[in-house]
Design a protein around this ligand. Structure first.
Ligand SMILES: *C/C=C(C)/C=C/C=C(C)/C=C/C1=C(C)CCCC1(C)C
Length: 251
């Protein structure tokens, strides 16, 4: 028997609303970054393609997560982490491409990817294997392990290799862009652990009574800020550098 059901967004469900808005925003951003590639110099085309891939991969996952959430009312944890396991390493690729001209090696890229996977694997265990009813010790142990990977990425972007390479690039625009992206990692990415702590047994759940619905609310807001924001920052650098080259060439 074939059952056709149309999943509607309930009026009183802001989380369902953010799933739908998130989906459309990611899709629109992907099309934008993809088509704008033709306006930037060759050197920047790959960076823009990566921006487009990040939002496109997210859009496809949002399409499924939205339905999953509407049908079950539960957190689409597996889809969420599959999305992140693909998109966070691509954000590391953005850092690598920005600092490549200043001598970034692929070993830097691999270290960042390894730290992201570390962060996400422990986050996934923390969420997906949280015992029925929630366990504080489970959420804290895996949350802390995951945070170590996050701190490594933060360190690399602010003080470590990425920051040093940006400095060596002697390019003020690249320095500024790397600094803005580092702010995204510090502020924008910190929204995720807030969402994590709303799951049953998490500190914001036991402390303030925030329930698991808030997990998706925080994740959806953070994804829109970070994925589209990262892409736009890289885009504005690419356009700026392309124009600077053009006026230098015609002078
Ligand atoms: C596009 C998706 C992005 C940028 C996802 C980023 C995710 C994080 C920074 C997640 C971090 C977490 C912790 C630092 C501890 C608790 C578990 C996580 C995975 C939510």
């Amino acid at each position: 028997m074939l059952i056709l059901e149309i999943l509607t967004i309930p009026k009183d469900d802001p989380i369902a609303f953010t799933f739908f808005t998130g989906y459309m925003a990611m899709m629109a951003a992907s099309i934008f970054f993809f088509f704008e590639r033709s306006r930037v110099s060759d050197k920047w085309k790959l960076s823009l393609l990566v921006s487009a891939l990040i939002t496109f991969i997210a859009a496809v996952h949002y399409y499924y997560m939205r339905d999953y959430y509407l049908a079950t009312g539960e957190n689409p944890t597996a889809l969420r982490y599959i999305d992140w396991t693909l998109t966070v390493p691509l954000m590391c690729v953005e850092f690598y491409l920005l600092t490549k001209a200043a001598g970034a090696k692929t070993s830097l890229l691999w270290k960042l990817i390894l730290a992201s996977v570390w962060m996400l694997v422990f986050g996934y265990i923390g969420e997906a294997f949280n015992p029925e009813g929630g366990s504080s010790s489970h959420s804290v142990i895996y949350g802390v392990l995951s945070t170590l990977g996050y701190i490594y990425i933060l360190y690399t972007a602010w003080i470590g290799e990425v920051a040093k390479l940006a400095k060596d690039s002697n390019n003020a625009s690249i320095q500024k862009t790397v600094r803005i992206l580092a702010w995204f990692v510090l502020v924008g990415w910190s929204i995720y652990p807030i969402g994590y702590m709303c799951m049953p047994g998490g500190w914001l759940n036991t402390g303030l009574g925030w329930d698991s619905a808030n997990v998706d609310l925080f994740y959806n807001i953070a994804d829109a800020i970070n994925k589209i924001g990262f892409g736009l920052v890289v885009y504005s650098l690419a356009i700026g550098q392309t124009e600077a080259n053009r006026s230098a060439a015609s002078a």
